[in-house]
Design a binder for this molecule. Structure first.
Ligand SMILES: [Zn+2]
Ligand SMILES: [Zn+2]
Length: 458
């Protein structure tokens, strides 16, 4: 929960983070049990990447209690509740203490350097766009590979025709594999385990369909089973050490039973469509053998150009994604998963797991191409890290403008640009709808909102 909050902030916010503890009278105006937990989280952030040092000291810790305010509300009309004199003294002390703490906090805040919220907002929206792009770009990277395979196959067929004009006329076209995506009504949790999805093959191009809509459940696991079955009862009575009762949580899927590792959220579903792009005028002109040879030559050239252009687009995608990943790591308070890498790896696993079923070796070619893509992606990331080492760490900084430039470059790509725009928009819409749904649930007034129901005022 704390990490989720941090994930919305940038590294530059680290110095301006304060920790406020409420209901602190019961813990004698100290952090109480949350203290050690919080400290261990902060230690983790400090010692592991992204190595952010969030200060945890008297200056950043403030403890309050609002019981005196509740007391005040309870004593005045329409509540008119009566309290003993002892209570009143307690609440007075509590009020003074909290006011003092409040003053101390404002004094400290005055010494802090202001944190630029506008930067955060634009940084956050850039981060959002990048996160929304990782799935579409992985899908498109595969689509590029699919298209290249189709073009290569077409080249072979056209070469086979030699001088047979009739046969050649049939084969003369540029194949195009399109991604047809349908947005889902809300983000859907799916399982990527082979037993939970179906692979469909359409003319040598494969798509994964997820069979289930999954649901997580949280299981509590006790580290010490003895304690659980009651054998350690004696120990428990005589003050068993805290570690014996420490429990860990395990999240599992209710629907299929697989772990979180094999699950992910999707916001749209993909299908593929094969098209044949023919140049009719070119075909009508073929009457002689020499014209056929010319048509064959120009068609091969056209295919070659398309393959080349697709390779270039794929390289741009990889380059941008590597920079995006660096940008995210550079600006986040918390550790970011590499979503792009995970998506590509997922596509590879899908192909490998079902490769045996497909009737041709296009699956192997696709795996080869995707692995190559992943290699060059990691290579790009390494290049950035190397560049970083060779100069001052603060100098190598990917700016917001550069990120925006890269996004518009991606959207303007000849073959895949329009699909990138379409899928990104889809991601955004479904994401927003997902938020709406979650908000409706979390904003309902809980049944036990005792204070509110007593006051009858909202
Ligand atoms: Zn599942
Ligand atoms: Zn499953």
């Amino acid at each position: 929960c704390l990490l989720q909050l941090f994930s919305h902030l940038n590294k530059s916010a680290a110095d301006n983070i304060l920790f406020l503890f409420t209901n602190a009278r019961s813990t004698h105006y100290a952090p109480g049990d949350s203290g050690p937990v919080l400290e261990s989280i902060l230690k983790d952030l400090r010692e592991r990447p992204p190595n952010v040092d969030i200060k945890y000291s008297t200056n950043t810790i403030y403890c309050f209690d609002n019981e005196s305010f509740r007391y005040l509300v309870a004593t005045v009309p329409p509540n008119n509740m009566k309290f003993s004199e002892d209570n009143k003294i307690d609440y007075n002390a509590s009020w003074d203490r909290s006011v003092k703490e409040c003053k101390r906090m404002f004094d400290y805040i005055r010494t802090l350097r202001p944190y630029n919220i506008r930067d955060t907002l634009s940084l956050n929206s850039a981060k959002q766009v990048i996160l929304l792009l990782s799935q579409p770009l992985a899908d498109i990277a595969k689509n590029i590979a699919d298209n290249q395979i189709q073009c290569e196959a077409r080249k072979r067929r056209i070469l086979e025709c030699e001088s047979d004009i009739n046969k050649l006329q049939v084969e003369l076209y540029v194949p195009q594999v399109d991604i047809i995506s349908t947005p889902l009504p809300h983000p859907k949790l799916v399982c990527t385990d082979t037993s939970c999805c179906t692979r469909r093959h359409v003319q040598g191009t494969s798509v994964t369909q997820y069979d289930n809509e999954c649901q997580y459940t949280t299981l509590m696991e006790y580290e010490n089973e003895q304690f659980n079955v009651g054998i350690g009862y004696g120990k428990f009575l005589f003050g068993a050490s805290q570690s014996q009762t420490k429990s860990s949580q395990k999240v599992m899927c209710l629907t299929c039973g697989h772990g979180t590792q094999s699950h992910r959220y999707i916001r749209y579903e993909n299908k593929v469509q094969h098209r044949q792009v023919r140049d009719e005028t070119k075909q009508q002109r073929i009457t002689s053998v020499s014209e056929a040879a010319e048509a064959q030559r120009s068609q091969l050239e056209e295919l070659e150009v398309k393959i080349g252009e697709l390779t270039r687009e794929s390289n741009i995608i990889v380059k941008c994604m590597a920079r995006f990943a660096y940008f995210l790591a550079q600006n986040s308070l918390t550790r970011m998963d590499d979503h792009f890498e995970r998506h590509i790896q997922q596509l590879i696993d899908d192909e490998v797991n079902t490769g045996a079923i497909s009737d041709d070796d296009s699956s192997k070619v696709i795996v080869g191409k995707l692995k190559q893509l992943l290699d060059s992606y990691n290579c790009e990331k390494q290049l950035i890290i190397n560049a970083l080492k060779s100069m001052n760490a603060n100098e190598f900084n990917i700016s917001l403008d550069e990120i925006q430039g890269m996004i518009s470059e991606l959207c303007g790509l000849k073959w895949t640009g329009s699909t990138i725009v379409r899928l990104m928009e889809m991601q955004r819409c479904v994401q927003v709808r997902g938020h709406t749904r979650v908000n409706v649930v979390s904003h309902s007034v809980p049944d036990k909102a005792a204070v509110f129901s007593k006051l009858n005022v909202y």
